[in-house]
Design a protein around this ligand. Structure first.
Ligand code: HXC
Length: 516
């Protein structure tokens, strides 16, 4: 029996929509090493879960010959599906249609799924591959972008928003991703810039390649715009799936637990040997983190940017946690402008989505220097204080070694309202390190002394004995417990379990005024 006319028509339209900008452009997309908008969604979502919306939407532009070219879908594939069995809204820009550029109809499709995601309380993932504002649509296109920016802002902290950059992301196309929680890029094929190489050349006479100007590695290591950079598109979708598993569907839900394989009571005596014998020698804080968390699995965020602090996701007894740790391997773990921005943003993201924060402290202080002072270390450094102080999720802090000065206050101290503060016996909590302290408070004595070096060593020893240990802090309840490093994991798990139903109030206000 032949198929009825109406079914044939629907099938034909479906087929047409699925071809986007046509076979040639799809081939060109593949030749560039990129997948099509639909192929990408198939990799991101659980099999057979995608429900497409607005497949037959077209633009209404009647100038520049556009009226003769009205591709179904208008350059973006939108809808909802599932990731790990949980609902997620998606849009996937189709570079084969007007270079994925955004006009009125395109914009309305995107804002529709953003609105639905907000109503349903589910995450939204945007797959970006776009030449920016659709030139033929002029101001209408700018308005469409602005509608998206508004929704990104209102949804911020309510539903998780993840942006994947899979090709050019030029002009207006960069700001929506920048407003979302996490940005992922693919090496070699993706780039982000406000003004591309041609404009840079015309305006400033500088010649720069697209990848050099705004490629994945630049944004992952220099600008901090990208949180993750991976080698292939296949990897990027696996990464998004992994990331979503740490987040609740929205800010009213707890972060989702997975059944743990790792023993909650597992002790690790090797942690007793993890610190170098030289107090100033470097070690990798991520190694400490991995020995403590479930299955040694630590998903580092912003790994290549501001590496003097490490932030990322892990699980303790199956519950997601956000980790913030000083990294003695880089700049001795001192906090500078970029690392303060990085940590503050991560703490706020965890707080917004009910992910407890575990802080590992080994910090010699804020970074000194003319560049840092003139660059605004005061303004940037204060973001960390602000972020920790305003966060009301469970906050547990462990000091492994140094916790000096203002950096002690910033790194989840009792006074930025960490709920429980632990220290290893090797912790040193003081206004500054023994050498600097002795230089300042014993200047005259050292000048008068016959044998300066010996006297200096004696005073340093005395200072270290008195202040550079965790017991002064423990005697005042500033540290809640000094623990054997071997029991770090069971201690942190017990601490977080005790805080699971924690409530902490802040005065109601329109919003704070974080120093930006
Ligand atoms: C309309 C566009 C377009 C755009 C690309 N195309 N960008 N159409 N508006 N913004 C079309 C091209 O005409 C071409 O159509 C197809 O997409 C592929 O583009 P190519 O240039 O052939 O591809 P490629 O060489 O890979 O270069 C991609 C590109 C380049 C780097 C994105 O196209 C480019 O530089 N585009 C302009 C980027 C830009 O300046 N955008 C506006 C920013 S201003 P055919 O038919 O040949 O396939 C902005 C302000 C918004 O966005 C502010 C909001 C607040």
């Amino acid at each position: 029996m032949s198929e009825p006319e109406w079914l044939l028509r629907l099938k034909k339209m479906d087929e047409q929509a699925e071809l986007g900008g046509g076979r040639e452009r799809i081939e060109a997309q593949h030749k560039r090493g990129k997948l099509t908008a639909r192929e990408r969604l198939r990799r991101l979502l659980d099999p057979d879960t995608f429900q497409e919306l607005d497949k037959f939407v077209t633009h209404r532009v009647t100038e520049f010959g556009m009226e003769k070219n009205t591709p179904l879908g208008d350059g973006v594939v939108t809808g909802f599906g599932k990731v790990n069995g949980r609902l997620v809204y998606v849009f996937s820009q189709d570079f084969t249609v007007f270079g994925g550029s955004l006009g009125e109809a395109f914009g309305k499709k995107v804002t529709k799924v953003m609105d639905l995601a907000m109503k349903a309380g589910a995450p939204i993932v945007g797959l970006n591959d776009s030449g920016g504002a659709r030139i033929q649509e002029g101001v209408v296109s700018l308005a469409a972008y602005s509608e998206i920016f508004f929704r990104n802002t209102i949804a911020s902290g309510v539903i998780p928003q993840i942006s994947v950059i899979l090709g050019p992301s030029a002009g207006g196309a960069v700001y929506s991703p920048a407003l979302t929680d996490l940005v992922l890029m693919v090496k070699g094929t993706s780039n982000m810039f406000i003004t591309g190489p041609d404009v840079v050349k015309a305006a400033l006479g500088q010649v720069v390649e697209p990848q050099e100007l705004g490629g994945a590695e630049i944004h992952a290591s220099r600008s901090g715009v990208a949180h993750f950079v991976v080698d292939t598109e296949d990897e990027v979708f696996l990464m998004v799936r992994q990331l979503l598993a740490f987040f609740p569907q929205n800010n009213a839900e707890p972060a989702p637990r997975v059944k743990p394989r790792d023993e909650p009571g597992r002790e690790d005596p090797s942690l007793r040997e993890v610190l170098p014998t030289d107090i100033n020698a470097a070690y990798d804080m991520r190694e400490v983190v991995r020995r403590v968390v479930d299955d040694g699995a630590y998903l580092e965020v912003h790994a290549a940017w501001a590496p003097n602090i490490t932030v990322g996701f892990a699980r303790l007894d199956g519950y997601p946690v956000g980790i913030v740790g000083n990294q003695p391997e880089h700049l001795s773990g001192a906090i500078d402008i970029d690392s303060a921005d990085k940590a503050a943003r991560f703490v706020r993201m965890c707080d917004a989505f009910n992910i407890p924060i575990v802080t590992f402290v080994d910090v010699p202080g804020y970074m000194p220097g003319v560049d840092q002072e003139h660059g605004g270390i005061i303004r940037h450094g204060s973001k960390m204080l602000f972020a920790y102080c305003e966060a009301t999720v469970p906050k547990v802090t462990l000091i492994t070694r140094k916790a000096y000065g203002g950096a002690y206050c910033a790194m989840g101290s009792k006074y930025s309202r960490a709920d429980l503060n632990y220290a290893w016996p090797t912790a040193e909590i003081a206004v500054m390190g023994p050498e600097g302290a002795v230089n300042i408070i014993f200047t005259k004595e050292l000048q008068r002394s016959q044998d300066g070096a010996q006297e200096r060593a004696r005073l340093i020893g005395e200072y270290r004995e008195k202040f550079a240990n965790p017991y002064v802090a423990a005697s005042r309840g500033i540290i809640d417990a000094v623990i054997d490093p071997a029991v770090t994991r069971p201690t942190l798990i017990a601490a977080l379990a005790s805080l699971r139903d924690k409530t902490e109030f802040r005065p109601s206000k329109k919003h704070g005024n974080i120093p930006l």
